[in-house]
Design a protein around this ligand. Structure first.
Ligand code: MN
Length: 257
């Protein structure tokens, strides 16, 4: 590889239907970790061409944002009896991100999911979600704390033998919490490796891949775990070391030499 890893970051769709955007804090965390962030397109055409798009990047970052649609191209993320309200739905975004997750999986491309990104990874590989954490068994702590986004509002306990614990160097971490959805059933090959004190799943990893994991909190906002982003970018660098020339057949133009 003749440059730092290029990290493709999925765009979010907000309340303005004419705008798609990337939260600049993802760019900052990736740059601090030594990567080059670029925003990825979305839409049904992009979904169709997800393989070609993913071939352009060295790592995939699936970002937070609106909830996955109740139905998208045959995927039904939620149990039928879940009726809590959903927000900022975009079948176009879902379609691209499911396809990109599969393209990344097929290539062994390092992939990091944040909040919705974790949920998308889970659904893409056969898992399900609850529309609201109250649908999970037991009593629950508050997981939607909008006014303290850059603070630790609850702790998570991380499985000691997980990749996440190895990366973070701890099995206890204070995190922010901006989610009303949560994993119900985990994806095939996916393992829940962190939980809040009320049992809510907070991280998912796929042990058969070198780096394919998601967290339910927002590390790009609280910014207390730079090692998570460094491990991600380093995995991208390792994965593609020496392979860049083969993937980029175009000769350098003389003007740049
Ligand atoms: Mn939480």
């Amino acid at each position: 590889m003749d440059h730092d890893p290029i990290i493709g970051i999925s765009m979010r769709v907000g309340d303005n239907p004419d705008h798609a955007s990337v939260d600049i804090r993802y760019l900052h965390r990736i740059e601090e970790a030594g990567g080059i962030p670029i925003a990825l397109p979305y839409g049904f055409e992009a979904a169709k061409h997800a393989d070609s798009i993913v071939d352009l990047i060295d790592g995939l970052l699936l970002t937070g944002g609106g909830d996955p649609c109740p139905e998208c191209f045959g995927r039904h993320p939620y149990a039928e009896n879940c009726m809590a309200e959903l927000s900022f739905l975009s079948a176009e975004r879902d379609a691209f991100e499911y396809a990109a997750a599969h393209a990344a999986w097929d290539r062994g491309l390092p992939t990091l999911g944040v909040c919705r990104g974790l949920q998308v990874m889970n659904v893409a590989f056969g898992g399900t979600l609850v529309r609201d954490i109250s649908e999970l068994d037991g009593k629950h702590i508050e997981h939607v704390v909008l006014d303290r986004q850059d603070e630790a509002v609850h702790t998570v306990s991380i499985k000691g033998d997980s990749k996440l614990a190895a990366i973070l160097g701890t099995t206890e971490l204070g995190v922010n919490s901006l989610h009303h959805l949560a994993i119900c059933k985990s994806a095939k090959g996916g393992e829940i490796v962190a939980r809040a004190s009320d049992g809510t799943p907070e991280a998912l990893e796929f042990p058969e891949k070198d780096f394919f994991l998601g967290v339910q909190w927002h590390p790009e906002i609280i910014a207390n775990t730079p090692q998570l982003f460094t491990a991600f970018v380093d995995a991208c660098r390792t994965k593609w070391a020496g392979k860049r020339t083969a993937r980029r057949p175009f000769a350098k133009r003389a003007v740049f030499s």
